[in-house]
Write a protein that binds this ligand. Structure first.
Ligand code: URA
Length: 238
């Protein structure tokens, strides 16, 4: 593992801060100062220190939450009545949400202390598919579906191509699935709004290989070993 990754995975700092610390010459491996972020470290063989403090590589924790509507997904929000941290048992409160879900959006939210994974799942350049179940007011015209799939302009920047599958159009509502791989602010809502539709409910069902499955609203659980391996393999190919 690269020295920079070792530091961020140990939980002492972010990846960016790890790079700064390495460049500042305060990180040593087996007593020798290393200023190369890509220096290879084997956690079983090497002893890494920050100043005089030995850094222990903590194992990472991965928790899946089915975020209910009305809950803020940021860790600290002075104005929020309830955040996802309020839903987690104390032993998981050191974790960080991967990306965000709007207060009014429900569904899959991964929380972890694995900074590398967070970066890869959140950044659009890694093309991680996210599937949402969407309910919109009105009947989605086919021409609009095609427009949305090809990309619409939000604040002057076109959205990446996406896929939409209509589930049903009953009365005055359209239920559909949309798969996007960006995470722009309120992206799904704003995409539909740009063509005159209002999203009445929105739920994230999956992100990369992770699925919400039968997890009930407001409940969380640790990922299984199989899910963790699948997730790490998925991002290692990115
Ligand atoms: N798109 C939105 O509009 N909101 C979310 O929370 C996620 C995607």
């Amino acid at each position: 593992m690269r020295l920079q990754v070792f530091l961020s995975r140990s939980g002492v700092c972010s990846r960016r801060r790890a790079l700064e610390l390495i460049k500042e010459g305060v990180v040593s491996v087996d007593g020798q100062v290393i200023t190369e972020a890509s220096f290879p470290v084997d956690s079983d063989k090497h002893s890494v220190s920050l100043g005089r403090k030995k850094i222990i590589l903590k194992s990472n924790t991965y928790v899946l939450l089915n975020k209910p509507k009305g809950v803020t997904s940021t860790r600290l929000d002075k104005h929020a009545k309830i955040t996802v941290m309020n839903l987690l048992p104390a032993r998981f409160r050191h974790l960080y949400p991967v990306g965000r879900l709007d207060k009014d959006t429900e569904g899959l939210l991964l929380l972890t202390n694995d900074g590398d994974l967070t970066h890869k799942l959140s950044h659009p350049k890694f093309n991680v598919d996210k599937t949402y179940a969407v309910g919109i007011a009105g009947r989605l015209k086919n021409a609009h579906k095609i427009k949305l799939e090809r990309g619409v302009f939000l604040e002057g920047k076109k959205t990446y191509p996406c896929r939409i599958g209509i589930i049903n159009m009953s009365g005055k509502t359209t239920r559909l699935r949309i798969i996007i791989h960006e995470g722009r602010k309120r992206q799904v809502r704003r995409m539909f709004y740009s063509l005159g539709y209002t999203v009445v409910w929105l739920k994230r069902l999956s992100e990369g290989p992770l699925n919400l499955g039968g997890l009930k609203s407001g409940q969380c659980r640790l990922l299984t070993n199989k899910e963790i391996t699948g997730l790490l393999e998925f991002v290692s190919g990115k």
